[in-house]
Design a binder for this molecule. Sequence first.
Ligand code: SF4
Length: 223
Amino acid sequence: MRIAEIFYSVQGEGSLVGMPSVFVRTSGCNLRCVWCDTPYTSWEPEGEEYNPAAIVAEVERHPAKHVVVTGGEPMIAPEIVELTGRLRATGRHITIETAGTIFAPVQCDLMSISPKLANSTPEGRWAAQHERLRLQPKVLKRLMEHCDYQLKFVIAAAEDTAEVEHLVFELGADRTKVILMPEGVDPGVLRERGLWLAEICKMSGFRFSPRLHVDLYGNRRGI
Ligand code: SF4
């Protein structure tokens, strides 16, 4: 499977924010978000071929008890089921970060699902495929039933939350597992958007998530 990077850092988003974790980032994605913060896994995918045993050996070089399999879209990676099975055998806590458009019977402790809202749709030749694939309620339900989950949404404008409310209702999701994050890769933009987004969370009961890795390290790879 093609891997863009494997690195040791702290989880920057969601319910496990701050947790020391090894990140395994697969390369390749079926979506093309206009604001994608890892274009080297989607718009211009890069990476080297690894087999699952080699990935696990790399993960084991680090002391973390948590591993995050992310992308790109890890659910489309060949051997993703074998990889998560091998990671499970090491006793680590496994988070899968997915956009929730495809199901695979992976081993995991936290299904971190980030359904893509209309604010993600690009212009140009990818627009139609992205728009057709970005929300798959049946797949989302199956992923939510597979293991513990969180639903993480990227919010660029206050109006985006109407689409979140609609989807949460359709899925019957637990509101305490719904997490809103400001869109942006610049600490100043994240702070400005974070202030009004926190107020929305206070009113709606959804959780707020920072993008801690951007605050700590800036918008860089391998962090
Ligand atoms: S789903 Fe994730 S990796 Fe794929 S284009 Fe969107 S933000 Fe980028």
